[in-house]
Design a protein around this ligand. Structure first.
Ligand SMILES: [Zn+2]
Ligand SMILES: [Zn+2]
Length: 276
């Protein structure tokens, strides 16, 4: 029996003797089956193949963790450190003793939360090595959990995980797509950890919003307005997305507003038929 991991998206599954027939996440229209067909691995196999996690402090109080060589969708996990404890935001599939001891030196993990199901990956493993740290899953997305665990706590709308660290359900890419607002981030000006709920664009000055990033399916106007409404009451200077370097250093809130306006002006045209 093993907890198989999909190599295309990184989702880890319930323990089975044979790999699952298909990956729930990858057959969804927001993802894709790898070009070489469905492939599986396990944590033990990844360790044998020399994978490791690279970890460094991005800004004071926030660390990034990503697997090398690149695995799944190449995402990073973020660890926010506070006096009341640390939050692990988003997960990577790979985990080893070195990553665990490095994070324990930084104060461990008080709770785990993810932006959306493409980052659930190895969250059960991460909880197990940090004393069963609670995993916060929006009830709207519970059907996408591929490995159930007693540490899972369902939530909706908004929840303050620790003082100044608030989970906000924005919807859009997934109904439960969320961000983490970190009031003390960016030297007290506030920061937003977004995964791809609010995707930092390549220019690192603007953001965008998609139903599917790999398959290029946009979101409609009501989803964009929904995201803006949830974020409205919160101030934030900096935005950290789910990939190395994809951060907005300053003016984050205005970047979200102007990017949303740009996006809406692009999509809000009279419905048209495209000739075949
Ligand atoms: Zn998959
Ligand atoms: Zn995604």
């Amino acid at each position: 029996m093993d907890n198989f991991i999909c190599t295309t998206c990184g989702a880890q599954y319930e323990a089975t003797s044979e790999p699952p027939q298909e990956c729930l996440i990858c057959i969804d229209e927001r993802q894709y089956i790898g070009w070489d067909g469905q492939q599986w691995t396990t944590l033990a196999q990844m360790r044998r193949n020399g994978y490791r996690n690279q970890m460094h402090e991005i800004d004071p109080g926030i660390w990034g963790i990503a697997t090398e060589p690149r695995f799944a969708i190449g995402q990073r996990s973020l660890l926010v450190r506070t006096e009341a404890g640390n939050i692990l935001w988003d997960c990577v599939s790979f985990l080893d003793a070195k990553s665990v001891s490095q994070i324990k030196e930084l104060g461990g993990v008080a709770a785990i939360a993810c932006s959306h199901p493409h980052f659930y990956t190895g969250m059960a493993e991460w909880s197990h090595v940090f004393d069963g740290a609670p995993i916060y899953i929006p009830s709207a997305d519970k059907e996408w959990v591929t490995r159930l665990d007693p540490a899972i706590r369902l939530w909706h709308d908004r929840v303050e995980l620790l003082p100044g660290l608030t989970l906000l359900q924005c919807g859009g890419h997934f109904p439960g797509s969320s961000v983490l607002h970190w009031a003390q981030g960016a030297e007290g000006k506030g920061a937003l950890l977004t995964g791809d709920t609010v995707m930092v664009a390549q220019d690192r000055r603007s953001v965008s919003f998609m139903y599917s990033f790999p398959n290029l399916i946009p979101l409609g106007p009501s989803a964009i307005h929904g995201i803006l409404e949830v974020l409205g009451p919160f101030d934030y200077e900096r935005i950290y997305s789910g990939w190395w370097g994809k951060n907005i250093e300053a003016g984050g809130k205005e970047a979200v507003r102007s990017s949303a306006e740009r996006y809406l002006n692009r999509i809000l045209v009279r419905p048209q038929q495209v000739a075949s």
